[in-house]
Design a protein around this ligand. Structure first.
Ligand SMILES: Nc1ncnc2c1ncn2[C@@H]1O[C@H](COP(=O)(O)OP(=O)(O)OP(=O)(O)O)[C@@H](O)[C@H]1O
Ligand SMILES: [Mg+2]
Length: 323
């Protein structure tokens, strides 16, 4: 639904290369997280997709068509960059929805028809006729996202939507985002909140210094590839001889560190079988723990330590820009 190919952007004053060739893709009905340190280019990319600033080079495609004039595609996109500035504070929540949906070309009747649905999922019933200036930050955030959806866009883009939200509102927002998928929306969310992204996103792009350094699917471990990963903790420091025994028993050993061995095991092998094998080959095991895909671990590895994402990387979208 949304595809970004090799976008480059250097700001002139001061001269900063914000994007050094970024490619990514968001499919229909997919929630994609955009993660990366401060200054890695997330907001710049989101502004370019929305036509707020122009890229130096690179293409954006919406629904398979290249975007030459961002106005032409304005009705496809709903975005919230900066909650505090994305609504008109003197207007009520209802008036905001009307006003911004009109700007995107929606008719009043269409917007009114959406009030009930949006009021329900964003919990706006008590807020409809309140001026935005009188709302709390979390209430404004809900109103801003509802406003971004009032013209029925196909793509929703949120820049740091959990900033300033308490835990309850963050959980509420993650529920809202998942429920929007019924509408087959494509959703791109930049965030520093790894727990939130882990919960809402199907896939994440990791950015660093204006580049994508990882593209990783975040499915639950049991839905992933055919392999599972376990950390096996022995009662003593593991040796290469222990690893060799495990390999002979059919497990691939990926890592040895102190008392821990990381092994790859086919999905079909139950955890109980691993324990049996350990005792058959004479290893004294303290515990066997499944390795879960952990976004913080992944972030540490890819963004902070410059290591490859490993077995979970999926690089299909960047390569599709080449042709
Ligand atoms: N208007 C501007 N003029 C000059 N440089 C800019 C401008 N806006 C952003 N930059 C620079 O571009 C780089 C990318 O900034 P950007 O705001 O896109 O990062 P970000 O990933 O959104 O960061 P954060 O997580 O802090 O929001 C940074 O080095 C920033 O200083
Ligand atoms: Mg930003």
């Amino acid at each position: 639904m949304l595809k970004v190919c090799n976008i480059k952007k250097t700001y002139k004053k001061p001269p900063v290369t914000a994007l050094a060739g970024v490619s990514l893709e968001v499919m229909e009905g997919e929630v994609v997280g955009l993660l990366g340190p401060n200054g890695s280019g997330k907001t710049t990319l989101i502004k370019i997709i929305n036509g707020i600033i122009l890229q130096d080079s690179g293409e954006i495609y919406i629904g398979g068509r290249p975007v030459k004039n961002s106005r032409e595609f304005a009705n496809f996109l709903g975005s919230v960059f900066d909650t505090e500035r994305s609504l008109s504070w003197g207007l009520t929540v209802r008036q905001n929805l009307m006003y911004f949906a009109h700007l995107k070309g929606a008719a009043s009747g269409e917007v009114k028809a959406k009030f009930e649905y949006l009021g329900e999922i964003f919990d706006l019933k008590e807020l409809w006729d309140r001026r935005v200036a009188t709302l709390s930050h979390g209430q404004r955030q809900r109103a801003a996202i509802a406003t971004a959806l009032a013209h029925d866009p196909k793509i929703l883009i949120l820049d740091e939507p959990t900033n300033g939200l308490d835990v309850e509102n963050t959980i509420h927002l993650s529920g809202i985002i998942r429920s929007l998928l019924e509408k087959k929306l494509s959703i791109l969310i930049s965030s520093h909140n790894l727990g939130f992204i882990e919960e809402v996103a199907d896939r994440v792009y990791l950015m660093k210094q204006g580049r994508v350094v990882g593209n990783v699917r975040l499915e639950e471990p049991e839905k992933q590839e055919e392999m599972r990963y376990y950390h096996i903790y022995l009662s003593y420091d593991a040796t290469h001889e222990d690893a060799r025994k495990l390999e002979l028993a059919g497990f691939r050993v990926i890592d040895i560190s102190g008392a821990m061995l990381k092994v790859e095991v086919p999905q079909s092998v139950p955890a109980s079988r691993i324990l049996e094998v350990m005792s058959e080959i004479g290893l004294i095991v303290r515990s066997v723990l499944p390795v879960k895909r952990n976004l913080m671990e992944l972030y540490r590895r890819v963004v902070l330590q410059n290591l490859p994402p490993g077995e979970v990387d999926v690089n299909e979208s960047a390569s599709r820009c080449d042709g």
